[in-house]
Design a binder for this molecule. Structure first.
Ligand SMILES: Cc1cn([C@H]2C[C@H](O)[C@@H](COP(=O)(O)OP(=O)(O)O[C@H]3O[C@@H](C)[C@H](O)[C@@H](O)[C@H]3O)O2)c(=O)[nH]c1=O
Length: 389
């Protein structure tokens, strides 16, 4: 068996469907594999402009560039950069690999050369069936084997992305009370230590309008920190959609101040989550980072056909709440369901209950990460999975 095309690097292919989740997840994973496992990782991305929103230092015109030890390559059509089969080949979220790549690994297979461990990294779900599907092979017509890698919350799944020093770093940050400094660094002003600060990174929902009305008429000063994006489409009553919006702008309505933020890199976004009293997050990656932030949160799940996302939401909430006091759990669950269904007035008493239970929810949120990670994080399990393949 000759092996000359085989170099021990990993390739991750990511097609940006919409939004930032696909690139967000693969970028986190690539960074961690490079940093903690010393792996040579190529991250192939078809849309560098979108990637630039969460990695502002990226040059969208540059075909190959390295950040945090990861070689980022533009995945164009036809593929203009050479692909050499490495140790592992990951197609993220069932993206279709470029024909040039399939051709190379098929030829290697036919020649009897070693081929990469080929994995389809799937979306995260807390549903029960995930355990049964994690690791299943999918035999290709070419005779090659591809395997499903399912992230998840139990020890029989592929785990959750969490860098080895993340929870300790987050804890130190929160203990040293850096949040007001951080808000200043982000260009925000007028936030006092006792004010309620909420971050908002969601899709469109009518619930936001009702919540903002409620906050504007309340007794407590509320600051809503909004990285510029889709949430603003649901805030038209509070922010005139016709005007030019820019980071740093502030819109005050009674007791509510809405602050516009720039999108930052992932580390900056993590810090934002660590610094707020409540985080409204969405999709897959910000949802997980809100859990690592150990603060109460609302999850705006990515909408799917026939409301399938509500089943995923229920599955996660059942897991998250299993040892939370029932009255707190019920209010928190109902708030999440209502927010995802676009409820308005019905949401307000639930918000009040959740805020009243803020201390209990925070205590729960602090314990949750260890429980969720179980025996090991995703990168650790993935490296082991590859060793066993
Ligand atoms: C607001 C903000 C986000 N981010 C990052 C955090 C995350 O990595 C990323 C956002 O990704 P998500 O939270 O997953 O939400 P999203 O809505 O952007 O992505 C979605 O894409 C769909 C195609 C998937 O099917 C969904 O499951 C979901 O992943 O953006 C920053 O780095 N800086 C910022 O300022």
């Amino acid at each position: 068996m000759h092996n000359h095309t085989h170099t021990p690097h990993w390739d991750i292919f990511c097609a940006v469907v919409d939004n930032y989740g696909d690139i967000g997840v693969t970028w986190r994973l690539a960074k961690q594999l490079a940093k903690e496992y010393g792996l040579a990782v190529n991250l192939w991305v078809d849309d560098l402009a979108s990637f630039g929103h969460i990695l502002p230092a990226l040059d969208p015109k540059c075909p190959t560039q390295t950040f945090e030890g990861v070689c980022i390559k533009h995945w164009d059509l036809p593929l203009s950069q050479d692909y050499q089969p490495g140790e592992v080949l990951i197609e993220a979220f069932a993206c279709e690999l470029p024909p040039e790549v399939l051709c190379k690994i098929t030829k290697a297979h036919q020649a009897g050369d070693k081929v990469p461990v080929w994995l389809n990294l799937e979306y995260l779900s807390a549903e029960d069936w995930v355990e049964g599907c994690h690791g299943l092979p999918s035999l290709q017509r070419s005779g090659l084997k591809k395997q499903f890698y399912f992230p998840g919350f139990t020890d029989k799944t592929g785990g959750l992305i969490c860098e080895s020093d993340l929870l300790a770093t987050r804890q130190r940050w929160q203990e040293s009370e850096q949040r007001l400094n951080y808000f200043t660094q982000l260009g925000l002003s007028g936030i006092a230590a006792d004010d309620t600060v909420i971050s908002l990174f969601s899709y469109e929902t009518a619930s936001l309008e009702a919540l903002c009305q409620h906050w504007s008429q309340g007794k407590q000063q509320v600051h809503l920190l909004v990285p510029i994006g889709r949430s603003l489409n649901s805030l038209a009553t509070f922010i005139d959609p016709q005007q030019d919006l820019a980071p740093g702008q502030r819109f005050c309505h009674g007791k509510l101040a809405i602050h516009l933020l720039p999108m930052t890199d992932q580390q900056g976004y993590d810090r934002l989550l660590w610094s707020c009293d409540v985080n409204i997050v969405r999709g897959e990656d910000s949802f997980l980072r809100a859990q690592w932030a150990a603060k109460p949160f609302i999850w705006h799940i990515y909408p799917q056909e026939e409301d399938y996302h509500l089943i995923k939401l229920e599955a996660f909430m059942a897991l998250y709440c299993h040892n939370l006091a029932p009255e707190v759990a019920d209010a928190w669950k109902a708030l999440n369901i209502g927010f995802n269904q676009g409820s308005q007035e019905a949401l307000l008493p639930l918000w009040q209950q959740v805020i009243t239970a803020h201390a209990a929810l925070t205590q729960h949120a602090q314990k949750w990460p260890d429980e969720a990670i179980n025996d090991a994080d995703l990168a650790t399990r993935l490296v082991q999975f590859v060793k066993n393949s």
